[in-house]
Design a protein around this ligand. Structure first.
Ligand code: SF4
Ligand code: SF4
Length: 294
């Protein structure tokens, strides 16, 4: 069963409101305008009854239904959600009920398939944050989750194995200070978002991490980047790829039977938005040959 609630509402001190409104500019980040947003969330809570009496369609800038959910102004979220109105969904009053009800970010989908232990580890990375920092896509947790399940799991397990080399030390050793543990994790793995780009690197980085570990990748970052850039050039030049194919045979890259991470590399790295149907085997082989070179 999907466990989404804990990423959106991890504890009583904070919540995530990044996906409101669902028609916002995706580059807009809560940290850019904290003071302004705080005022807006406070006013929306205070003026809810007035707004309900004269509802209007929202714009991509903000939603009058988004407000602080508690008097302490800790959690922020939808004031029109059915859970706050005895089951009545008032989100249609903003004009985007369908989008609101179906908004589910990729990070939440990745989080939902982690184990409880991995989820707890992840949430610890944002332990002392308020709702504004937690909702930001610049915090380490959201940046880590953008890398998809396999890399997230590899990073967590690699880190924990280093901290607790054997089962006995894990079970009987002193409990680590959660803040310093999270600082150590971030210091070790922030190369994923400081030096790499999950849209280009998730596929090749996982290929290497599965064989040699993420530590290897971090220690050989310059070599890896040369390899990845070479791979992108190969993909752009490859004779089997679109420009030499019958255009009626092309399909969108994300419809190929390949991982999402690879379709992102094709699109955002090699600018290959369409590919010949049935090219998967050749493509995977070509990429594997290049990646074996590190
Ligand atoms: S952006 Fe993602 S994590 Fe945040 S509230 Fe929306 S679905 Fe939940
Ligand atoms: S109606 Fe609720 S869910 Fe929809 S954008 Fe506004 S606050 Fe978010």
């Amino acid at each position: 069963m999907l466990n989404l609630a804990s990423l959106c509402f991890p504890d009583p001190e904070k919540s995530c409101f990044y996906c409101c409104p669902p028609i916002r500019d995706p580059a807009a980040d809560p940290l850019d305008t904290i003071a302004e947003r705080k005022l807006l969330l406070r006013n929306n809570r205070r003026e809810l009854q007035k707004n309900l009496a004269a509802p209007h369609e929202i714009s991509g800038e903000s939603c009058w239904g988004l407000g602080f959910l508690d008097d302490r102004e800790k959690q922020a979220g939808c004031l029109l959600h059915p859970l706050r109105h005895q089951g009545r969904d008032l989100r249609h009053l903003t004009g985007y009920q369908f989008k609101c009800a179906n908004a589910l970010c990729r990070e939440a989908q990745v989080f939902a398939v982690l184990s409880t232990c991995e989820q707890n580890f992840c949430l610890n990375l944002c332990r002392n944050m308020d709702s504004f920092h937690y909702s930001s896509r610049r915090n380490p947790l959201m940046r880590l989750l953008a890398w998809e399940k396999e890399i997230v799991q590899t990073a967590i397990h690699e880190f924990l194995t280093e901290e607790y080399p054997d089962q006995t030390s894990r079970e009987n050793g002193p409990s680590p200070d959660p803040d310093s543990q999270s600082d150590r994790f971030t210091a070790e793995y922030d190369f994923l978002w400081q030096k790499l780009d999950f849209r280009l690197d998730a596929y090749p980085a996982l290929y290497i991490a599965e064989r040699k570990g993420l530590h290897f990748l971090r220690q050989h970052l310059d070599d890896y980047l040369d390899l990845r850039n070479g791979l992108i050039n190969d993909l752009k030049k490859n004779q089997a790829l679109p420009k030499h194919s019958d255009s009626s045979n092309l399909i969108p890259a994300h419809k190929l039977n390949i991982p999402l991470s690879l379709s992102r590399l094709l699109k955002f790295g090699a600018d290959l938005w369409e590919m010949p149907a049935g090219c998967e085997e050749k493509l995977l082989q070509q990429i594997a040959e290049r990646l074996k070179m590190i």
